[in-house]
Design a protein around this ligand. Structure first.
Ligand code: NAP
Length: 494
């Protein structure tokens, strides 16, 4: 069984003891005491820490060269490690490269006290998985537990690391193998599944990129993880992780929502590897929404009609594509009691969001006009529907603006993109209702203009929440805790 170690970094030994006791009380199996952070590290404070929490602690003096807080002279490091090994900590972590000459002696010392020596190796730059495997083998050869950590740059490397780890587990090796950074998070998510000796979690700031918070690690403990996430390339900023993590925590599900930055060429490999990665599904964003529709085994009605998928559900080797943007927009309209049958709608934009919006509006019986910065894309969008969709030039909008519903489906007004209006103010004033798909910031320039013109309006958050709730339900089969999800979304936006 994998032990969860809360990493404690404090500059005073008394504070370290306090934080360690608190983490153990919260449910951590172990604490990793990062002694390299302690300024008052004396023979007395080492003994005191060992006496206070040593039986449930890993004592680690990470060297400056391997990402530690301080660079110590060799004799000082040897002296501290010798004392630590005699003091009575359950595990002592030493470094294969830094402590080469000391390891044999330190191993003898810890063995006398029935403790274990973790011999670790931290790559600062990405390396081939075979190099990490060699380093791990070398660590295991001289210690009780081998540990290697390496930066992982893409999903392929993460998958190779998972494969290699499964082999270690099959051989009952005592090991820890960590893929650092976003693409490597899956190796942490599967720690128990891969038979790793220890999973490191943070209680304050993370000590390494991709580390889980203690609460998240505890939620996954002794359970087969439900791995979910967001697949795109490059992955822009999204608040979906916060929304879903809050829902998992509220329902105590052993689920995780991870970032999967996947290049187009790797989409197929990700789908093929879903069982090995314990992937239950994922959301899809730019640029994969159309490509994934070609790769899944089955499409639901909406995603088939649009040829675009934003949610994939995976079960027993079968993959199914859905489009929960359609559901999100439909539910958002309903929540406002907006009935669009026989009404005029004007949609700005011709991307994936606009397509989902037009699809819903046509199903509701609306007459739909579309305008886009690049007119040919608006034309192409119109041609994908059997019903009539009229294309309007942006320049002609002021003359053709009167409508019951104006929808912005462009990123104009989105934080970090632009603070421009997607249409002139005069166009906004001619609408009877304004719907902005943009949800960040909550009050966009378009919503402000609508407020100014006294036009009823709605931002994109409600749609986002409904689409997230639908994805959650499809993946977990459980009723989504929508209020919890909304609170998390508002906090993330604030
Ligand atoms: P997309 O597929 O990339 O399409 C973007 C569309 O916006 C294209 O028609 C593009 O025009 C146009 N555009 C891009 N930048 C523009 C700018 N600065 N000014 C005017 N037009 C611009 O994106 P999408 O997935 O449809 O998303 C569009 C927006 O809707 C994003 O802000 C997204 O966050 C939001 N959205 C929200 C939800 C929700 O749940 N609330 C769901 C989906 C999308 P060209 O054709 O000329 O490039």
């Amino acid at each position: 069984m994998t032990k969860i170690a809360a990493v404690v970094m404090a500059s005073r030994s008394s504070e370290m003891e306090k934080q360690a006791r608190a983490a153990l009380k919260r449910g951590a199996d172990l604490v990793e005491l990062r002694l390299d952070h302690v300024d008052d590290l004396t023979p007395g404070s080492i003994k005191h820490l060992a006496h206070a929490v040593g039986q449930r602690a890993i004592a680690t003096l990470r060297s400056g060269e391997q990402g530690g807080a301080k660079r110590l002279p060799d004799e000082r490091r040897a002296d501290i490690l010798g004392r630590v090994c005699r003091a009575g900590f359950l595990y002592v972590d030493v470094e294969l490269q830094t402590d080469t000459a000391l390891i044999e002696e330190l191993h003898r010392e810890v063995s006398k006290h029935y403790q274990d020596l973790i011999v670790s190796y931290h790559f600062q730059e990405p390396v081939e998985v075979s190099d990490a495997a060699d380093a791990l083998e070398a660590c295991m050869a001289v210690g009780d537990v081998g540990k290697a950590a390496l930066p992982i740059v893409d999903i392929e490397a993460a998958m190779s690391l998972v494969e290699f780890s499964r082999n270690q587990a099959l051989q009952s090796k005592r090991y820890v193998l960590i893929g650092m950074g976003d693409p490597g998070i899956v190796t942490r998510a599967l720690a128990e599944d891969l038979g790793q000796e220890i999973e490191y979690a943070h209680v304050g700031r993370p000590s390494a990129a991709g580390q889980f918070a203690l609460e998240t690690a505890l939620r996954l403990k002794k359970k087969t993880p439900i791995v979910l996430g967001l697949v795109g390339h490059p992955l822009g900023h999204s608040i979906s992780p916060q929304i879903h993590e809050a829902a998992f925590a509220a329902l105590r599900l052993p689920a995780l929502y991870l970032p999967f930055d996947v290049e187009p060429r790797s989409l197929g490999s990700l789908l093929d590897a879903h069982e090995r990665l314990r992937l239950r599904g994922f959301n899809v964003t730019i640029p994969h929404k159309e490509a994934i529709a070609e790769l899944v085994d089955e499409l639901d009605g909406d995603s088939e009609a649009l040829g675009a998928v934003n949610t994939v559900v995976m079960s027993e080797g079968w993959t199914r594509g859905h489009n929960t943007d359609v559901h999100g927009f439909r539910m958002a309209l309903r929540s406002q009691g907006l009935r669009l049958g026989d009404r005029d709608a004007l949609v700005i934009g011709a991307g994936g969001g606009a397509k989902a919006v037009v699809h819903v509006l046509l199903r509701e019986g609306a007459r739909v006009r579309v305008a886009n910065r690049t007119p040919s894309r608006a034309q192409a969008l119109a041609e994908t529907f059997e019903e009539t969709v009229e294309v309007v030039e942006m320049a002609d909008l002021p003359k053709r603006a009167a409508c019951d519903l104006l929808v912005n489906a462009t990123p104009a007004g989105m934080k970090g993109v632009s603070d421009a209006l997607p249409v002139p103010e005069g166009v906004v004033a001619q609408a009877k209702y304004v719907f902005d798909l943009v949800y960040n910031p909550p009050e966009t320039p378009l919503l402000r203009a609508a407020k100014h013109a006294r036009v009823p309006r709605m931002g994109g958050l409600e749609m986002l929440l409904h689409q997230a709730a639908k994805s959650f339900e499809l993946w977990t089969g459980k009723a989504p805790p929508i209020q919890v999800m909304e609170k998390a979304a508002r906090e993330a936006l604030a």
